[in-house]
Design a protein around this ligand. Sequence first.
Ligand SMILES: Cc1cc2nc3c(=O)[nH]c(=O)nc-3n(C[C@H](O)[C@H](O)[C@H](O)COP(=O)(O)O)c2cc1C
Length: 207
Amino acid sequence: MKVLALLGSPRPQGNTATLMDSVLEGLSQIENTTITSYTLNDLEIKPCTACDACLGKTDKFCIIDDDMEPLYPAFIEADLVVLASPIYWWSVSAQLKLFIDRLYGLNREENPHYFRDKKIILVLTYEDEDPNSGAELTIKTFKEICDYTKMSIVGVLRYCSGKRHVRECSEILKEARELALFPSDAHTSITVTANVVAIVSDSSPDK
Ligand SMILES: Cc1cc2nc3c(=O)[nH]c(=O)nc-3n(C[C@H](O)[C@H](O)[C@H](O)COP(=O)(O)O)c2cc1C
């Protein structure tokens, strides 16, 4: 299994990075798994300019010349994509949003397989206590994106960092490591909210 992990937090020792590391530690235990991870904040990813040049091009996914170039093949080849972001203003960070917008370059009718059947794990951290509408809106957004692109969310890990840095919560980090152990061919979504782990079966074959 090929895993692409993208960190949307600018803080290398922050809650999001710490949780994502634990998820990747769990994934690395699965046989034949290769993990490629990027800190989006370290990359130069320019905003999509809606020029639509990508629609007519066959040799490049986007005419903007920046650090998205290696991310396109890494995304296409990945079986599982881990998207980790702090909640900023009820949404993902700008760093992750820039990446998501630029996926427009892959959104071509003739190549639905660029997205189809890809598995997604979301790692979200936020400060305000649960229930947190920012996290809920963001999960809903990704459900819509996944419905549209025929990807499936197989794991959601959300952590409220308001009281304690997650590095002080060994139980949560353990849950993050275990999040990776979902049955790879089952439509199961695992949601970790603070100390509560809920395993939700999803009957829709397209999700
Ligand atoms: C620009 C900005 C906007 C934020 N917006 C929200 C928000 O809408 N809701 C929330 O609960 N926390 C919000 N936070 C808090 C962060 O989501 C929270 O501290 C998060 O755990 C930080 O992750 P990190 O430790 O990986 O940096 C915001 C923080 C920043 C810097």
